[in-house]
Design a protein around this ligand. Structure first.
Ligand SMILES: Nc1ncnc2c1ncn2[C@@H]1O[C@H](COP(=O)(O)OP(=O)(O)O)[C@@H](O)[C@H]1O
Ligand SMILES: [Mg+2]
Length: 262
């Protein structure tokens, strides 16, 4: 069974149709690269998966659980949405770290909030906190930030901030980790360190959706590529199919902007 099934998502903002019938599936351990021009709907699609936007129609299934069904008229409670959102981790272009907290605190925060809802929290507060801290430390070490845990975001480079943000997303153990142009806000010399940790995650079979303009990375890391154009999936296939033998004129045109040295 597919881990993720997206069925015919539609989303308009006013009169503008931003997603126009998006359907695709993902398997466990698959890495999906999503490419396409600015304004083609990539961010909106990730936001719909993460319950930051509500599609006008369509369904989202995680395994056999229906996460979202636009035809279901019932209004979801905030607590239900929070729970559904945990299936996905989201890493933003601009990191979105809390400036007043250290790297370690940024990674721990969401998990500490969740822990407070546990029935055994009061009795085991100290132990639970220690466990959360230990996991956060492990993740920061994994991200190559062993010596940076007590630094605040303003004391870190963009590449380091983004690696903190990746650790934070991983800490909630999402089924699918989503990246929205994770290197677009970085100086070129810091791009490599972030792409490297994403590649390591791919090598560990982390299921990921990566929106990126780094074409060679998109091609190398992915098992599946989607080219978005004007709210639709214009082309979908293996990296070889999409990059080496694109079938659609729009895909060829889009890719030629990159091969001609952009
Ligand atoms: N909250 C919003 N309100 C109105 N229009 C929006 C909103 N979010 C996105 N859009 C529009 O939707 C289209 C797709 O945007 P987006 O999903 O950000 O594309 P991409 O990430 O591929 O650049 C754009 O035309 C954008 O202006
Ligand atoms: Mg975007």
């Amino acid at each position: 069974m597919s881990i993720l099934q997206v069925e015919n998502l539609q989303k308009s903002f006013g009169a503008t149709k931003v997603l126009d019938g998006i359907s695709f599936t993902m398997e466990q351990g698959e890495v999906l690269s999503m490419i396409g021009s600015s304004g083609s709907g990539k961010t909106t699609l990730l936001r719909c998966l993460n319950f930051l936007e509500r599609p006008d129609s369509g369904r989202i299934l995680m395994g056999d659980e229906v996460l979202f069904d636009a035809s279901d008229a019932r209004t979801l409670r905030e607590s239900e949405i929070r729970k559904k959102r945990l299936h996905f981790g989201l890493v933003f272009q601009n990191f979105n770290l809390f400036p007043q907290y250290t790297a370690l605190q940024n990674v721990m925060l969401a998990k500490e909030h969740l822990a407070k809802e546990r029935p055994d929290y009061k009795a085991n507060k100290h132990r639970i906190h220690q466990e959360i801290e230990e996991q956060a430390r492990d993740l920061l070490v994994q991200m190559g930030l062993k010596d940076r845990m007590q630094n605040h975001p303003h004391q870190l480079s963009g590449g380091q901030c983004q690696r903190v943000a990746i650790a934070r997303a991983l800490n909630l153990q999402p089924d699918i980790l989503c990246f929205d142009e994770p290197t677009s806000a970085l100086d070129p010399e810091l791009t490599g360190e972030v792409l490297r940790v994403i590649r390591e995650l791919a090598d560990k079979n982390t299921t990921m959706i990566i929106v990126t303009h780094e074409m060679s990375f998109a091609r190398d890391v992915a098992s599946k590529v989607i080219f978005m154009d004007d709210g639709r999936i214009c082309e979908m296939g293996t990296p070889q199919e999409v990059f080496e033998n694109p079938q659609q004129a729009r895909t060829k045109q889009f890719l030629s902007n990159y091969t001609s040295g952009r």
